[in-house]
Design a protein around this ligand. Structure first.
Ligand code: ARG
Ligand code: ZN
Length: 470
């Protein structure tokens, strides 16, 4: 039913209205193929994501030269059309497209900004179809509305690059349906010169040399949003270990650390403890493997790239706890529209509060009180977490701190036991899925048996300004 809802929300815009207007009802009832729209209508990034289809699987094949920053790529997409499509869009920024085939037959394409508009030789029928895009060039960095950098980010020492995709940067290296609402499984084949490492999401299945270059093959069998995809190429120390989940199963760990960033031995030792701490509170670890990527990429933020979060210089415990918590909240339970970002950042921040409180720090209630003491003029209170309209506010204090305060206000209202149940059920019931804020509100009311939490959620998530209290 989640998929059904997903499908309903992603209904393509068909040519009904103009057809009805010009040809009358009879013609309108004939199933005519139309072009699929260029957008899904995300409130903050309306140009991202595409109507008419969903992607089931991305197979990304990259050959990369670290010294020249040149990429030769072929991406195969297995997709499903919701209706007959005369043309459809992919999101791709920069690079040069050399060929596009649809179901094995050459297609024509145009580039319109970051839209790659594909017109197959014959319309795609409803149901499964395959697309292959061959492209090359120097991938772009992408500057976000808040001035931060993502996309294909070259490392400071020039030994390679790390691809960062939140919110939109994955379109700089993968032609994609670049919206968090369309999750897919992935494989990556990354060919680099011998002696260079290439990390990605999922499980490392092989790294084989032909005597000059090595192909690193990674398989991500858990659905993953485009913004969580990564590759990191460079001179890394690779550490392969395993850990034991609280359920007793083994979780393989692949970590890639650029030795120029300094020792991360402490963080590597801490990772299994953080995962088990969070498993006890949020439920079983949602991925098939874990790890970290620590690179000399100076973007100023860490990122919860699925299974293998990215950390820039200086990896502290707070970031480790935060990005690991995103594996449940954000990566496994993924927002559908970017304005629900508090469902990722508020929860990951709250996980830090839980960790700190269990390790001699302030309690979440004390953290809440300290933040609540901030004056009404503080940027914490403006704009409200689910009411902001400027994409530059995506990673602001309202998403992180006021988001975490929302959870603490909920805990204070429903009590610790129900609150724990809500956190776990949110992670387990929506595992591998997509969500919106109203679903969290409904779950909180259901679990707590309280019919009237809407006032609390309105105060904490929707009221512009400082809520009255809790
Ligand atoms: N989600 C990241 C975190 O865990 C922050 C990403 C910031 N991205 C950006 N382009 N500035 O905090
Ligand atoms: Zn975060």
């Amino acid at each position: 039913s989640r998929r059904a809802l997903h499908r309903r929300l992603r209904r393509p815009i068909r040519g009904w209205v103009p057809v009805v207007a010009t040809l009358g009802l009879t013609a309108a009832l004939l199933p005519a193929a139309g072009p699929a729209a260029a957008t899904l209508g995300d409130t903050l990034f309306p140009g991202q994501g595409n109507a008419g289809y969903e992607v089931r699987h991305y197979d990304v094949d990259l050959t990369y030269a670290p010294d020249t920053n040149h990429l030769d790529a072929v991406t195969h997409l297995r997709a499903r059309a919701f209706t007959e499509l005369a043309s459809f869009h992919l999101d791709l920024e920069g690079l040069t497209v050399e060929a596009v085939t649809v179901d094995g037959t050459d297609a024509t394409w145009t580039r319109q900004g970051h839209e790659l508009v594909v017109t197959p030789a014959t319309a795609v029928a409803r149901g499964r179809f395959d697309v292959t895009v061959t492209y090359s060039g120097t991938p772009l960095e992408h500057t976000d509305p808040d001035g931060s950098t993502e996309g294909w980010v070259r490392s400071d020492t020039g030994d390679g690059a790390t691809a960062l995709g939140e919110p939109v940067g994955t379109m700089t290296w993968v032609p994609s349906d670049n919206t968090p609402g369309d999750k897919a499984t992935w494989t990556f084949d990354i060919t680099v010169p011998d002696g260079t490492e290439a990390a990605a999401n999922g499980d490392l299945v092989s790294h084989d040399s032909d005597g000059a270059s090595t192909t690193w093959t990674w398989v991500q069998d858990v659905p993953m949003a485009t913004y969580l995809a990564t590759v990191a190429i460079g001179q890394f120390d690779m550490a392969e270990t395993t850990m034991t989940s609280i359920r007793g199963g083994e979780i393989p760990i692949w970590s890639f650390v650029d030795p120029t960033v300094g020792s991360t031995a402490d963080a590597q030792a801490l990772l299994p403890k953080v995962i088990r701490f969070e498993e006890r509170r949020f439920g079983p670890y949602p991925g098939t493997s874990a790890g970290m990527i620590v690179d000399d990429v100076d973007v100023g933020y860490a990122l919860e790239t699925q299974d293998r979060p990215f950390y820039p210089y200086g990896l502290g415990t707070g970031a480790l706890v935060h990005e690991t918590a995103h594996q449940w909240y954000g990566d496994s339970v993924t927002l559908t529209d970017w304005h629900d970002i508090w469902l990722a950042e508020g929860f990951a921040t709250y996980a830090q509060w839980l960790w700190d409180s269990a390790h001699g720090g302030a309690s979440p209630a004390a953290r809440f009180r300290a933040l609540y003491a901030k004056p009404a003029s503080s940027s914490l209170w403006h704009p409200a977490p689910v009411k902001f309209t400027d994409p530059a506010d995506l990673f602001g204090a309202p998403s992180y701190q006021r988001g975490a305060m929302t959870l603490q206000a909920l805990r204070a209202r429903v009590g610790g036991e129900d609150f724990s149940r809500i956190l776990r059920r949110w992670a387990t019931e929506h595992r591998d899925g997509n969500v919106r804020t109203h679903q969290f509100e409904a779950l909180a009311e259901q679990v707590s048996g309280r019919r009237h939490l809407d006032g609390l959620f309105d105060d904490w998530l929707r009221l512009d300004g400082k809520p009255r209290g809790y």
